[in-house]
Design a protein. Structure first.
Length: 558
């Protein structure tokens, strides 16, 4: 306990202080706190918040917990331009090795906030391991904010509307998080731009009043020196994206900075959205989630809220029917908005005449140019959707919807690669209702089986035969314990059906002398009749791939 601490007015007073006490206090609002004289430190610079230099003396702030942005001069009153104070705070915390920055009120900034300095394929040299935290803000049922004792808000307020992001995170950058922060674009800019961030995300945050796009995730064009990760493991929990009634805006876009084939190049992978509420425009080309060249991303729970919910739902389009402006109809799994009042004739003719406009989707999968399998695997589980999901022409990936909420108004996804299980247990593939037709007796063994050849060969007796009574699908899954000894190349396993290897099911193994769990699964489109599924494997020509024990299962759906 310290008695009779001398009270000083401000940092300026402390910088000119020549007294002898080892502990002093500052009383000014926002920067108030207690400082001790660090006699062992003769080199630290004055950082304007936690280290104050008076001649040769270093005064260190005594605190426990987050760094308060007000210590660097931020007023957080919603009217003062706190941009410089915020940047100084971020740089100071970064110089101290990272940490948590507290935003206690509405921090207005008139310039775009840039975190990290990555460029091209050069990794960022600063701003790793920083978390921003606040008090959050209430949210009403109509996606407007209900203030409770004031929000923790970053308010972007440039002099005029800009076609740019308010907050940009320039990686390659890792460990960047935001907690209980309200991001307000003020109807002047786009929202957040995450460029090649690995390990990061938001929790209980809001992005509102955005133009065009609320959150964009992307990568650099290739891997560079010092990092081998893409933009991965970015998790958004309870993120709310809200917007004024504008059709021309997208909630979330995930893409890649790669040009050409993204195979082996960085992409947005393993981004996760849990219990998020996404309000988006829903006009032509504007979606709740749009994945372009993103892979292995997941959406769990939450809901998508397209602004066209205010349109008049007229159900399935019909000929010889009077339609009014802002009527909504369903045609071949897509929703359209009426632009001109008319009596319908044929839909194709009315569409080409500009009487209808296609609307956006809750989830839209855009195939990557030149590599239509990207995004490869997307999972959507229990998300409330009224508009549904669609994939762009030519896409060959897989999107799994399980469970799919059929009672929220969206049609069952019917595009190629859509795997659906409804919350009531019904199964669909590519829009076709599936019935379990046959289950093959599994093949199981505990004996060691190996393949040395660098070309694919049958893995011992791992094979099952199954009959499909009509055209449908066969789900096959192999699991086992596998190992490779020695050094050198890699080994792989995959599934084949009727003698045709399927590289989409390929799983690779690196020689390290240890046994690892390995699995391969795929859904094959089949004709009626008998089909044989096998596990095939290859070593590297010198080192064998060994499977100590495993099982192969197959189920036919028709």
């Amino acid at each position: 306990m310290v008695d009779n601490v001398e009270i000083l007015a401000s940092y300026s007073t402390l910088r000119s202080y020549a007294g002898t006490p080892n502990v002093v206090a500052i009383s000014a609002k926002g920067i108030a706190g207690t400082f001790y004289r660090d006699t062992a430190d003769t080199t630290s610079s004055d950082n304007g918040g936690t280290v104050i230099v008076a001649g040769t003396v270093r005064w260190k702030r005594i605190f426990n917990g987050a760094y308060d942005v007000r210590w660097w001069g931020a007023a957080c009153d919603g009217s003062t331009d706190d941009y410089t104070a915020l940047v100084n705070c971020i740089d100071a915390v970064d110089a101290l090795g990272g940490g948590k920055i507290f935003i206690p009120g509405t921090l207005r900034h008139t310039q775009k906030l840039i975190i990290g300095n990555g460029a091209g394929t050069t990794q960022s040299t600063k701003h790793h391991r920083i978390t921003f935290t606040g008090l959050g803000s209430g949210l009403g049922a109509d996606f407007t904010n209900v203030e409770n004792n004031g929000p923790s808000r970053l308010l972007y307020d440039p002099a005029s509307v800009v076609s740019d992001y308010a907050w940009e995170f320039r990686g390659p950058l890792h460990n960047l998080f935001f907690e209980a922060i309200d991001f307000d674009c003020n109807l002047k800019s786009y929202g957040q731009n995450w460029i090649h961030v690995c390990v990061g995300g938001t929790a209980n945050c809001t992005i509102r009043n955005y133009l065009t796009v609320a959150l964009n995730g992307t990568t650099r064009s290739d891997f560079g020196s010092g990092y081998v990760y893409g933009s991965a493991s970015v998790v958004h929990d309870h993120l709310v994206i809200s917007r004024a009634n504008d059709f021309n805006c997208t909630g979330v876009t995930l893409t890649s900075g790669v040009t050409g084939d993204p195979s082996g190049k960085p992409d947005c992978a393993r981004w996760v959205f849990r219990e998020c509420e996404i309000s988006y425009g829903g006009g032509a080309g504007y979606h709740g989630f749009q994945f372009i060249g993103a892979d292995n991303c997941q959406i769990y729970g939450g809901l998508c809220n397209p602004m066209f919910q205010s349109l008049t739902n007229r159900g399935a389009w019909a000929t010889a029917t009077s339609y009014a402006v802002n009527d909504k109809v369903l045609v071949n799994g897509a929703f359209y908005k009426c632009l001109t009042a008319h009596l319908s004739g044929t839909f194709a003719t009315d569409l080409s005449a500009g009487k209808w406009q296609i609307l956006g989707y809750d989830v839209y999968l855009s195939p990557w140019p030149g590599t239509p399998s990207f995004p490869k695997e997307i999972w959507v589980a229990g998300t409330g959707m009224t508009r549904g999901a669609m994939a762009g022409s030519g896409w060959t990936g897989t999107a799994t919807f399980s469970p799919f909420q059929t009672d929220d108004g969206a049609p069952v996804p019917a595009f190629a690669g859509a795997v659906v299980q409804t919350h009531s247990g019904l199964r669909y593939q590519d829009g076709v209702r599936l019935y379990s037709a046959n289950v093959a007796a599994p093949y199981e063994t505990a004996s060691d089986t190996s393949v040395t050849s660098s070309s694919y060969a049958d893995l011992g007796s791992y094979a099952v035969t199954i009959t499909s009574p009509k055209a449908g699908f066969v789900d096959a899954q192999f699991t086992g314990l596998a190992s490779m000894f020695g050094t050198g190349g890699t080994g792989s396993v995959l599934l084949s059906i009727d003698g045709a290897d399927d590289l989409n099911s390929e799983q690779r193994l690196v020689p390290d002398g240890n046994f690892h769990g390995v699995s391969a699964s795929w859904r094959f489109s089949v004709a009626a009749g008998s089909h044989t599924v096998k596990v095939r494997a290859k070593g590297d020509g010198t080192n064998a791939l060994h499977v100590a024990k495993g099982s192969l299962n197959a189920t036919a759906w028709a």
